[in-house]
Write a protein that binds this ligand. Structure first.
Ligand SMILES: [Zn+2]
Ligand SMILES: [Zn+2]
Length: 285
């Protein structure tokens, strides 16, 4: 499909693929996570909640509506990239034959793309936090002070464009296998949804561990939503640490959230055991 000559059928085939890869893929996943954690098993997940309150329905509707705008922009950016590359207006180093480079290269290119995405995201995020751009563009994302999984793609259309173009820029210069590219977009989307769940599942020792502290837990981005100007990074805590932009209370807040969670889980376990033993006494008696 991606190697076809650019005629109507070819264009429509790619458009269909992009539509599925963006709109069809996102809503069942983000919606599914939302349904399981926020509705169906809400009580069970309650101890893991970062901010104890829940946003009002109008905020959730806004997140869904705005995510739709973002997915249209993502589709347009991908289509524009493919069409311009086919017309040889811009270069594209995407390759389809897995044997063209080694498997080692495929892994390396995935690593490079992750580092590039992290770097692009951090600096673009700092840029949209400057006064003017914040009010015009980024305040849309920050309307979710207490985000839900559906806030993952809650962007102004201009920010959606900025969020998307790191990928066309990368493949203009670095050879990338098509399957690695698709895997990357999937992984980026899943993590983005995860960072907006509003629940913390990582162990309490995470941010004090000398290795794990370099990887962001959900609380990191959740704190960004509740406190705005700090904690800008995406997957890793690298840029925030070297630029000293983590919130000063990031680590103590993580400790507070996870110790509250662990205590609630212990209490729940103790209650369950108590109930079990009293049932046993009744049956035995
Ligand atoms: Zn922000
Ligand atoms: Zn966010």
């Amino acid at each position: 499909m991606f190697t076809c000559d650019l005629d109507f059928n070819c264009f429509m085939g790619i458009l269909r693929f992009q539509f599925v890869m963006n709109i069809v893929r996102y809503f069942p996943i983000a919606g599914g996570v939302f349904f399981v954690i926020w509705i169906w098993k809400k009580e069970w997940f309650q101890p893991f909640r970062i901010q104890l309150s829940f946003p009002k329905n109008d905020k959730l509707i806004y997140e869904i509506k705005q995510s739709f705008t973002t997915l249209i922009v993502f589709t347009l950016v991908a289509m524009g990239n493919i069409v311009l590359a086919k017309l040889k207006i811009i270069p594209s180093k995407v390759y389809f034959d897995f044997d063209k480079f080694s498997i080692g290269y495929a892994i390396l290119s995935f690593g490079l793309l992750t580092i590039w995405h992290e770097t692009w995201f951090y600096w673009m995020h700092r840029l949209v936090h400057t006064k003017k751009l914040y009010h015009i563009i980024h305040s849309v994302h920050h309307r979710s002070v207490n985000p839900s999984p559906l806030a993952a793609y809650n962007f102004h259309f201009l920010e959606a464009f900025l969020e998307a173009i790191y990928l066309p820029l990368f493949i203009m210069f670095i050879p990338l296998n098509f399957n690695v590219l698709i895997f990357h977009t999937f992984y980026a989307m899943i993590l983005n949804i995860y960072f907006h769940t509003g629940y913390e599942f990582y162990p309490r020792s995470w941010v004090s561990n000398p290795i794990l502290k370099w990887i962001n837990p959900t609380t990191h981005h959740n704190l960004h939503h509740s406190k705005f100007h700090g904690n800008y990074s995406l997957y890793f805590n690298f840029w925030d640490r070297i630029m000293k932009t983590n919130f000063p209370n990031y680590e103590s807040y993580y400790e507070e959230v996870t110790s509250r969670r662990d205590k609630a889980l212990e209490d729940r376990k103790a209650k369950r055991n108590e109930k079990k033993s009293s049932n046993e006494i009744l049956v035995g008696g």
